[in-house]
Design a protein around this ligand. Structure first.
Ligand code: PNS
Length: 166
């Protein structure tokens, strides 16, 4: 059984993440999306919310499972019994950090390989932070995230006005 884990913060999931999820799920028997409970960051969405949103937007993908984890990604990959860790590479600016992470993870677990998927061009400059900033200033985020995510962001950022980006 070929299994991969795609770890990340997913605060919230974007079309760029979904592109990586869909394409990596096609390469393996099972893809586990690992949502990090990151105590160092101050996320817009709670861990439970991020997991719930991911469940909703991946419900048509039968071999994709959503799980949360704490600690090191590589330990989570090992616990899942997966052989691969998936990461998306958007632009050259991602490269240093991702390479450092992949090399360190490889030293910690030489049986696990990191697979990099280059993000589709239309999502090359997309990030959760950019989406949140655009939404914060009332911009249209419908090209960046699925409608259910846009609504969830809207409810968080503009709870009184109920401005909807979808
Ligand atoms: O979506 P992100 O925020 O780019 O994902 C980064 C993530 C969660 C993959 C990375 O920060 C991570 O793996 N954090 C867990 C701790 C860890 O394993 N650090 C890397 C040590 S080499």
């Amino acid at each position: 059984m070929k299994r991969a884990v795609y770890p990340g913060s997913f605060d919230p999931v974007t079309y760029g993440h979904l592109d990586v999820i869909r394409r990596s799920a096609a390469l393996v028997d099972e893809l586990i999306v690992g949502v990090l409970q990151n105590n160092h960051k101050n996320p817009l969405f709670s861990l439970q919310e991020r997991v719930k949103i991911l469940h909703e937007v991946t419900k048509d993908m039968s071999n994709v499972r959503i799980e949360s984890f704490t600690g090191l990604s590589i330990d989570f990959v090992r616990t899942c019994g997966a052989q691969f860790l998936v990461r998306g590479l958007r632009a050259i600016t991602d490269f240093d950090y991702e390479l450092q992470m992949a090399q360190t993870n490889r030293i910690m677990a030489k049986e696990i390989d990191t697979i990099f998927l280059t993000t589709s061009l239309e999502y090359a400059y997309l990030s959760s932070s950019t989406v949140k900033e655009v939404a914060y200033y009332g911009g249209d985020i419908s090209k960046f995230v699925p409608p259910e995510v846009a609504q969830a962001i809207s409810r968080k950022i503009h709870p009184q006005t109920g401005i909807s980006e979808a």
